[in-house]
Design a protein around this ligand. Sequence first.
Ligand SMILES: [Zn+2]
Length: 888
Amino acid sequence: MTGVRGISSPESSVVFSRQLAVALTAAFFAAAPLRAQGIPAPESVLGFHVGQDSMIASWRQIGDYFTRLAQASPRVRVDTLGPTTQGRPFLLVTITDPANLARRAAILAGQHQLADPRTLGPADEAALVARQPAVILIDCSIHSTEIAASQMSMELAWRLATDSALGAALRDVVVLLVPSANPDGVDIVGDWYRTQRGTAYDGTPPPWLYHPYVGHDNNRDWFMLTQVETRLLTRALYREWFPEVVYDIHQMGSAGTRMFVPPFADPVNPNLDPAIIAGMNLVGVTMASALLDAGKTGVAHQERFDLWWHGGARSVPTRHNMVGILTEAASARLASPFCPSAAAIRQPARGVNYPAPWTPGCWRLRDIVDYELIAAEALVRLARDQRGAFVQRFVAANRRAVEAGRHGDPYAFVLPADSGDAGARAHLANLLIAAGVEVHRAASAFTANGRRYPAGSIVVRMDQPFRAHAKDLLERQDYPDRRLYPGGPIVPPYDVTGWTLPLQMGVPADRILQPLDGADLVRVDTVTTPTGAITGRGDIVLLDNRANSMITGAWRALAAGATLQIAPRAFRADERDWPAGTLVLGGGRAALESAARDLGFNGSAVRRTDLPAGGPTVRGVPRVALYRSWNASMDEGWTRWVLEQLGVPFTTVADSVLRAGALRQRFDVVILPSESDSAIATGRREGTLPARYTGGLGTAGIAALRTFLGEGGSIIALGQASRFAIARLGAPARVSAVAAEGGEGGDLGGAQAGSRENVSRFSAPGSIFEATVDQTHPAASGMAPSAAVYISAGTMLEAGPTSRVVMSYPADRSPLLSGFLEGAQLIQGKAALVDAPVGAGRVLLFGFRPQHRGQTHGTFRLLTNAILYGAAAAPAPTRGAGSNATGR
Ligand SMILES: [Zn+2]
């Protein structure tokens, strides 16, 4: 968050305006006749009409437009919340009556009081409900190929600024407009579109991620807050504005209904307030009514977008008692028309959820803009008509949440100070705080549930307004067993079925079933990790690898010239027992000391140990290649992000690099992110993209990886890539079962389909499983005997005769910890992580994703352990003349 300006900074909009004014080209001014009341229409600044075929405004143009609109209209204010990942300004546009802009500080203060009514008396509440405007936030184009809303935002703002009826409505409504929740992506997609326009590849999506790290998963980040854009908007939502309605505008595939509007689909998450669900239904039906009144067709309710999922831009607000709205318009081909045959369109029959089927024809960017404008304006008018009801509903739901928490089930969650990774515990607490949840620290030890908790334990009380958000993240999910038809498969979730953060992050959290009357609790605004140290004397530093910050410390020591050995068995040093898997570092003491101090971990320095030499040893920083296909793999982006966060350097390699071979001269370890066998092996089909992006690894790339293994290199195959490694690289293991498809659908950019091996299928669409760990294997360094692993398009493995199982699912019980599982018998006793030797090298086969969406802090170290083990496992045959000092 460094360098990010708060939205209340009065300078921010001025600074942004000046930068953009300088950047404006004379051409735009020359083509800029001013219209209605001297307020510029979008076309006068852009030089084309919003939604015009083949035209996508760049982020610079969008910023220019809003700056000029704010200069001309007393209803419009532009703030820059901060820089995006690539440094573009992230914009929040406030549109309301000038009198509301003048009393903005008082409105913000009122929103704070509505969000926490515990100190609000009945008379003050009535006064607030009488005077607060309804606050609605409209969020455009978080998914950048769903480009229409970013363009539509300019026309919506212009209409709000110039239309007299809408202007009158703005006396009772504050519209917070986010022209794009991913500004970088507007240009990533727009630049690609303009390059391909008029070619054979016109309208194709780009072959890389449209968010620099996480692509489509930027809308899976709303509780984990890994990305800067998520954090900026989260602050505006849950620390500043507390809007009563959050409307998130998306697009879906081209061939179905024209626009989904709520009501959402079942199942309903148990933590949602019923009145908020009714509010969502009300808004959706109002939008549909406006669309049908305007003669629009193809409007659908209750499509597959459910009320179970947590983590999206519309689903996190619902756990803050805000009305979370999603619409999904059918897509064109970016800005090019989509003109299908009637037979290509699949839509439901006429019914109560689909009263007006669409007559197939051409579908254009402008059609999407029109639908979205109608829906957004219907929301503004509804908020005007029902201002008091919206405000009252929000404050009443916040009161109900506090009251529910006072009745227990549970009263609180406690994160004990004496168990787990202190850094991960602080991280989890800070995620809750950032999303507006109250967090307390125990000033002294206390007893609850018959257990003694030490001072410093974190307490999350449930008697607070945003209880639903905290509870849903801290408890285990139990996805309802509903069937598509009797005896048939489950009704799949829209996204995932489980997300329990204490499990994913390896942070124990206890449900407290009695009031915490005796505890001395202090509310905290941030949780910090105590300073750490390397204590003792000697040249050998021992780290138990139980804290993720130790990973960063180990890599810094390797960069400073240390040698790292992973203890192959338990041992003694300076009168103390150390477990197998301990990181034994020779040299690099100064680097370790400064890392321990900065990052908050502890290590011990000793003169000697009884550990024999010859265990897996790493000298210098491992040379890691991270494979990036042209499939815009989100898992690649997450892997890159996690490695960067941990301070583990790597080189990104494309198909062409792997096909060129000679990999062993450059790398010790190659990481294959989770993609299907065909996505890696054959990639994009010829003719679907320019030739350099098609064909995948091909036979040359596969042969080069086999040679790399033969020469002692190591490959880490994550998730579905384990199937590729078994099928194509000869890793000695077998796929015994894979997850059935379903869930994690996404809208436009959903997860790729699994490959079609002839294997058994279980159902676990995004669930958390228990796995048993062989702590004596180096790849398990720092892990407890039992671990929680995230299963997403999961793969069950069986080790071959020469392989070794590192992690497996319990043989005697269901492994399910959170979410849903059908087919436990296909999983019990199966392997989760296999060390599979090939030639002089090896493949580490992960049947799960240890870095899933940047959430699984509890298993990040399995990835970095695999890198260390892979780099140490076999010596390089010969090094070329140019080999560098980090080699072995
Ligand atoms: Zn979307």
